[in-house]
Design a protein. Structure first.
Length: 184
């Protein structure tokens, strides 16, 4: 049974999403919800995120909504370094502040600003060691930054009891078609 789940995936620019009105966002959020709800029914207690823009931000928004029905659900934002949002535009910083302010736990692993890529590697390793599974929005046919987390998780799962769940492009297409049929 999964108690602590890391959720991650593409950054929004990797998906060609540059504003919050993009029609793909509700589809991604619905696919996340579809995967989270059965896990919540089975006893999921924590969703762990690193707070990056894109899938993780949308996952935080979904978790905040799910907390209205699942009162024991908590989420943490564990960033790789301090001031991760420093160079983001004002709207993105406001969204980040909202999700961190509502988080049940928020900390930066290195307690210093960005120095080098090792901080991302250490964040991935820390989160893998401290969760029971990973829900990753990623498709092997569209490489992007989640590739590194997926590879690290696969290595980790070889030695530990660790569950890796993917939401692929096909899954997103299926969710979109399901929503179109429901609206029709």
């Amino acid at each position: 049974m999964l108690k602590r789940l890391m959720v991650s995936g593409y950054k929004q620019h990797e998906l060609g999403i540059f504003d919050n009105q993009h029609p793909g966002i509700p589809i991604i959020k619905k696919a996340l919800r579809n995967r989270l709800e059965p896990l919540l029914e089975e006893g999921l207690e924590w969703v762990i995120l690193s707070g990056q823009l894109g899938v993780e931000t949308w996952a935080a928004e979904e978790v905040m909504e799910l907390q209205e029905s699942y009162l024991d659900l908590k989420y943490a934002i564990i960033t790789p370094f301090l001031d991760q949002e420093k160079n983001w535009n004002e709207a993105k910083q406001e969204k980040y502040e909202e999700i961190t302010a509502n988080a049940d736990y928020h900390v930066s692993l290195t307690n210093r600003p960005y120095e080098a890529p090792w901080q991302f590697v250490e964040k991935n390793r820390f989160l893998l060691r401290n969760t029971d599974g990973l829900l990753l929005v990623y498709d092997d046919e569209k490489e992007g930054s989640p590739k590194f987390l997926k590879q690290e998780a696969e290595r980790y799962a070889e030695a530990a009891d660790y569950e890796i769940m993917l939401i692929s492009a096909d899954d997103l297409q299926w969710t979109a078609e399901e929503e179109r049929m429901r609206d029709w």
